[in-house]
Write a protein that binds this ligand. Sequence first.
Ligand SMILES: NC(=O)c1ccc[n+]([C@@H]2O[C@H](COP(=O)([O-])OP(=O)(O)OC[C@H]3O[C@@H](n4cnc5c(N)ncnc54)[C@H](O)[C@@H]3O)[C@@H](O)[C@H]2O)c1
Length: 281
Amino acid sequence: MAHDTDSLHANAPPPQVRESDPARGCSRLRGRVALLTAAARGIGFASAVRLAAEGAQVWITDRDGAAIDQAAQAAGRAGHTIHTRTMDSSNAADVAAVVADIAAEAGRIDILVNNAGGSLHTPYRFMDEDDGHWQRVMDLNLMGAVWASRAVLPGMAARGFGRVVNFGSKAGRFGSLIAGPNYAAAKGAIAALTRQMAQEFGPQGVTVNCICPGVVMTDRTRGLWEQRRSAEERARVLQEIPLRRHAEVEDVAAAVAFFASDDASFVTGVTLDLNGGQGMA
Ligand SMILES: NC(=O)c1ccc[n+]([C@@H]2O[C@H](COP(=O)([O-])OP(=O)(O)OC[C@H]3O[C@@H](n4cnc5c(N)ncnc54)[C@H](O)[C@@H]3O)[C@@H](O)[C@H]2O)c1
């Protein structure tokens, strides 16, 4: 079956582990089992590599079976083992079954990174978005995280330890010039969900935090950014970012590793703006 995001990745190069390895020699996550959703590429893949480099046993899921095989091979060439499962994060039954299967095989899941998300190229204007556009974007960005969290939280609570890292966006905090209202609303909702989950599961030793990046230069967004914005527009946007650059996937991976680690053991319910100062609150 053809999927609406497949074309976005049609000509994308296979994932690469970049040369610099800021986690070298760091073992903050030794003994932890981590699961990252929709992580064959982009932010999720970089975060998976970072967690593995910090000593975690890492599992990734993705809808694209060929891409997760390539991701595991790329990580392997860089000296990291990453376990893979095919899973559609927009399908409740698939998420429940696959996450339960991973938890059974790994023995437990200590760290859940709800990375699955995106605007799915649905329309930008409110009046152009129909209920189908809303449903698909809500299912991937919000319900995918709800379903995966539902599958791991009882085990985390029973063991008295867990780390959940959710993905919001600058779109859900300050609006977006690229994605539409369905995406902004879904990302706002996941920040609210983060605070409520943090409140409910804190007493059981589970932290829940939310990362809200601005534009992150993945292989996909780098091409889109150059196709869709003129050189003048790109230069103007950079002038609005105090740090004068966009995020790289490694910037986001570092934040994921922090929230997953014991260094963040007293941090929960946080919404982290990771946007170079483009939006401040
Ligand atoms: N890239 C950005 O600029 C940016 C900015 C802010 C927030 N985010 C958020 O960060 C997260 C990761 O974004 P990204 O740009 O790295 O992702 P991406 O669009 O590059 O996609 C990553 C992976 O998701 C997989 N995928 C898509 N739909 C799926 C589904 N239904 N089930 C399973 N896998 C599926 C794809 O096959 C792909 O391998 C998302 O939640 C996104 O909303 C991204």
